[in-house]
Design a protein around this ligand. Sequence first.
Ligand SMILES: [Zn+2]
Length: 303
Amino acid sequence: MGSVGFPLKSLACILIVVILEGFCDSHNETWCYDKPSCGPQTWGSLGFCNGRKQSPINIDTKDAVPWAGLGPIRFTNYEDRKLVKQLKNKGYQAEVVLHSGATISSAGLRATYYLQHFHFHWGTEDSDGSEHTINGQRYSMELHLVHTKNNMSVEEALKDPEGVAVLALFMKKSRKYAQVNPWNTLANLFKKIPEKGDTWDLNGEFSVGGLLSTADVSHYYCYKGSLTTPNCEEVVTWIIFPDPIEVSEQVIKIFSNSLYFTTVKEGRRMRNNFRPLQPLKGRKVYYYKENISVISCLLHCFY
Ligand SMILES: [Zn+2]
């Protein structure tokens, strides 16, 4: 009996593995950007995507509440080229994975937040694809620098209501920056990871600070929201710099033409990977602008 039972058990195990693998395959396509069957309109049933603090949002600047107490964002180690680790095509976005070490802090953040990775959202060569909008204006692309509280793993941070802080910067086309700069270097490297699962090891080719060298980080909007991809966990403090970084047209072209959601053969170009705007549902958006007051000048200018 034992000798008969064992193969039956093995067969059952094989069947379970096959069923689970099938589930995992379809699970990968339970959400996407480019098909009606799994596009953003269908995400409501996934995770927290139907919650009350979802992202992205439109920022109506006249409704933003000025709050000096947020303070300026202090950056550490953003210039360190050794921190860039690997490029990864995740099948829905292009990500730059980092070694731990770069941080942000501010009076408005209750911990130090460590930069873990950054990624992008875009439209097509000719249409805009930022996730957030400012007074209804959408930009070509949006950069998300994802930080976790006190260097938690991303998995841990997703369980903490204050686990994640994302810096968002808009990118727009400009003729001024057609020469080689860190953006051109990064975009050209993305050509090496066209398919889902592709990776490329980095070796100090650029620094995050170099990419942000022309960004104006002296003023920003801040609100509580979610990840913009399933499971849309509502754990994100969003810090959004309204002034766009200017990059060459070539950079936008490379993103929208060189990357694919799956395989080059299947031909689904990674484009329009941005989530539609979500309702504010009573949340407040705060605004901070650096402003040297007379009192702080008295304290710092004469001593
Ligand atoms: Zn993002």
